[in-house]
Design a protein around this ligand. Structure first.
Ligand code: SF4
Length: 267
């Protein structure tokens, strides 16, 4: 089996949700504009580092979805997101904080690590480069609101960054957060992951894969207000037997897919 951070984090959040998605084949529909826009924006960023016209690439990629019936957040539209994206690209170039040497090799980098029992773990990193001259792993994020920066050090607990550091052995990691709002903002958030954290994460992965392989899929429902994880879970319709919600959010690909780890490419 090949595991990814997406799979493991979904299992840790709720094993039942993991079963719905990875074993029963229930997948979330691609109807959220922000998610699809994020992919287009990352393609444009790749073009920027290759010395191409990144604004033109953003338009070309996003134009494919001009007439798609997406769910837009309040106040958003196809046009507005395009303008926000173009401003962010311009701002990113002006900031000039990030350098990616040899972009062909250092963008969308794949790391694979062997686990016990013949399993593998795979991660796709957005970039390996320099932030203000310091070598680090970089993950791009596009979002409608700022990431919380307080208290200081919070980012070093981010499981995705810990995972990237664990699989690559590189301690310095960063999120570059493109905030789509009226006045576009880019956050450059750095963290250093310790050797202890990497070792802990390795143990967590091995233990989680063990539970997965023993077929344990209890539901971890989050029914407490206000942090109710079920509300943002695409599988909520299945758990409360609500056909309308199922049809709205999910499509079904019967059976498990060996290619589910490819999801990691679009996270
Ligand atoms: S709705 Fe809640 S209990 Fe059901 S799969 Fe999702 S997170 Fe788990």
């Amino acid at each position: 089996m090949v595991f990814s951070h997406t799979q493991i984090s979904q299992y840790l959040r709720c094993p039942r949700s993991y079963r719905y998605r990875y074993l029963d084949g229930w997948r979330e529909k691609d109807t959220r504009a922000a998610m699809v826009f994020g992919r287009c924006f990352e393609t444009a960023l790749g073009a920027y580092f290759q010395g191409e016209d990144c604004a033109a690439v953003l338009f070309k990629e996003w134009n494919v979805f001009r007439d798609t019936a997406f769910q837009y957040s309040k106040g958003e539209s196809w046009d507005r997101m395009l303008h926000q994206g173009a401003h962010l690209l311009q701002r990113f170039a002006q900031d000039n904080h990030i350098r990616i040497p040899h972009p062909k090799n250092n963008l969308q980098v794949t790391f694979t690590r062997n686990l016990k029992g013949g399993n593998d773990f795979v991660s796709y990193m957005d970039a390996i480069g320099e932030l203000d001259g310091q070598r680090c792993l970089i993950d791009w994020k596009t979002t409608g609101s700022r990431y919380t920066e307080d208290p200081e050090g919070l980012l070093s607990l981010d499981p995705q960054l810990i995972c990237y550091s664990w699989i690559s052995g590189i301690p310095d990691v960063a999120f570059v957060v493109f905030v789509r709002k009226h006045l576009p903002e880019i956050q450059y958030l750095k963290a250093t992951i310790s050797e202890d954290q990497r070792q802990d994460f390795g143990r967590l992965i091995e233990a989680t894969v063990g539970q997965l392989e023993s077929g344990q899929f209890p539901s971890h429902s989050g029914i407490r207000f206000p942090q109710n994880g079920c509300l943002s879970c695409p599988h909520l319709g299945l758990c409360i037997d609500n056909q309308k919600l199922i049809e709205k959010n999910l499509i079904r690909r019967p059976g498990a897919s060996d290619l589910d780890w490819l999801d990691e490419l679009v996270d």
